[in-house]
Design a protein around this ligand. Structure first.
Ligand code: ADP
Length: 431
């Protein structure tokens, strides 16, 4: 063709037998030109489609990575906002001031939840979300979710229960954080959209061999319910009920889309049924591994035996963190709880200070100038005992799970993501 596209080869053969002697070479060439024209058109249309598809994929990738980077970047200053507001709450305040700060805290946390949702959905869409493989007690996770939500259920006089219809395995192998996220989203929605009555969580084992199990979880509520039309698009990103519901209840409309994808990544399905005005039932299955007894691992890995100072609950802590605001937040929090804290701003100083002063514990930021946390951890681990065995807990702003195995490989005892969940933090110090 004129634009250099090679379409193929055409073989012309003229049948000279009597039946066909009316066909001329000109006829054949005309027919050939017609066919070739059609083929060129089809090929051009195909090429336009391929180019449009590539452009759309490129745009979608750009959108996902923009969302990932932005939500990631916004998390850092948000950490400062939440940390400062938490500290402010621990000071002497008038009643009105307390209300303002509490509102500030809850708004900041909602914003953080939205950022986390955007980060999750963009990672899922970019197929960059990886699940962890850890051993956990599934019933315990359900109970934790129930405990976390009990307050908001009680505030509305909604009863909240959990029933193990058939016993769950004591330990399963999978991603406890993502599993908790699914349950928390479904149970949180159930409470959010129920003004009276009950929210019930049920769990059962539907199949089990000696390596895997399939579990089913249900969340049933007696709330406002979901219309047939809304059910059809319920699991699409940004799908929400009518605008007035959204204004009243808040939310990003991403929770169910994320949950559905997470469930699918865990080899299961998430479905919903509802009778408007009477309530809704969300049900999902997951396929999880079962640890063989000899393989049971504990997370975080157990470290050196605790020293008497650790038993007493007062630690000498080295905090390696380059961000001023985080230094201030962590130092205030730790000192308020009676620990003594030495702050350094990079890995080089951390390695030097660990050798000069006696510490029980190191809190190590991962992203630091001069020497990052990973390298500093490796160097501390290379020091002679007992220094080399110091518990080192990573502090990391990135909620990106793929980095965890790498961080742990550098010899870290465990880690916490920023903004610090203080409950988890205290638990980690206590263990
Ligand atoms: P959001 O963060 O807005 O709650 P979700 O994806 O979790 O986002 O939920 C999307 C929408 O589905 C909600 O806004 C609500 O309209 C509806 N929905 C979810 N769960 C329930 C429920 N248990 N009862 C009634 N409506 C629900």
């Amino acid at each position: 063709a004129s634009d250099g596209i090679v379409l193929g080869a055409l073989v012309l053969a003229l049948d000279r037998s009597e039946d066909h002697d009316s066909v001329t070479v000109e006829d054949l060439i005309r027919q050939w030109a017609h066919l070739a024209g059609l083929a060129v058109e089809r090929r051009r249309a195909e090429q336009r489609l391929i180019a449009a598809k590539a452009a759309a994929e490129q745009a979608s990738r750009a959108k996902s990575s923009f969302l990932t980077v932005m939500s990631h970047e916004i998390r850092t200053p948000m950490t400062g906002v939440i940390g400062m507001a938490d500290l402010l709450l621990e000071t002497t305040l008038t009643g009105a001031q307390r209300t303002f700060v509490e509102t500030l805290c809850s708004s900041a946390r909602s914003l953080m939840a939205i950022l986390n949702d955007i980060l999750d959905i963009s990672k899922i869409e970019a197929e960059k979300l990886a699940l962890e493989t850890l051993d956990f007690d599934p019933a315990l996770v359900v109970r934790e979710v129930v405990d976390l939500l009990r307050g908001s259920a009680q505030a509305k006089e909604v009863s909240l229960g959990f029933e193990e219809t058939t016993p769950l395995p004591a330990l399963v192998r999978g991603d406890p954080t993502r599993f908790r996220q699914i349950l928390f989203n479904l149970a949180g929605n159930a409470i959010k959209f129920t003004s009276a009555g009950r929210v019930m969580l049920r769990a059962k084992t539907i199949a089990q061999d000696w390596k895997h199990c399939r579990l089913q979880f249900e969340v049933e509520d007696t709330g406002i319910g979901i219309s047939g039309a809304q059910l059809a698009t319920l699991f699409e990103p940004f799908a929400q009920g009518d605008a007035s519901t959204t204004r009243r209840f808040g939310g990003s409309g991403l929770g169910l889309a994320i949950s559905k994808r997470l469930v699918e990544m865990m080899g299961g399905t998430l479905t919903a049924s509802s009778t408007p005005g009477l309530g809704s039932l969300f049900s999902f299955t997951v396929r999880l591994g079962l640890p063989s007894v000899s393989q049971i691992e504990v997370f975080p890995p157990t470290s050196t035996p605790p020293t008497p100072a650790i038993m007493a609950g007062k630690f000498r802590i080295l905090l390696a963190e380059d961000n001023d605001i985080n230094q201030l937040i962590l130092r205030s929090y730790l000192e308020k709880r009676g620990h003594s804290v030495v702050v350094v701003a990079n890995g080089v100083q951390a390695v030097a200070t660990v050798q000069a002063v006696g510490f029980d514990l190191v809190l190590m930021d991962m992203q630091m100038p001069e020497m990052d946390g990973e390298e500093a951890t490796r160097r501390i681990r290379a020091l002679p005992s007992p220094l080399g065995g110091l518990p080192i807990i990573a502090l990391t702003a990135d909620a990106i799970l793929e980095n965890r195995p790498r961080y742990l490989a550098s010899g870290l005892t465990g880690f916490l993501t920023k903004p610090i969940d203080w409950r988890q933090f205290d638990q980690m110090l206590a263990s």
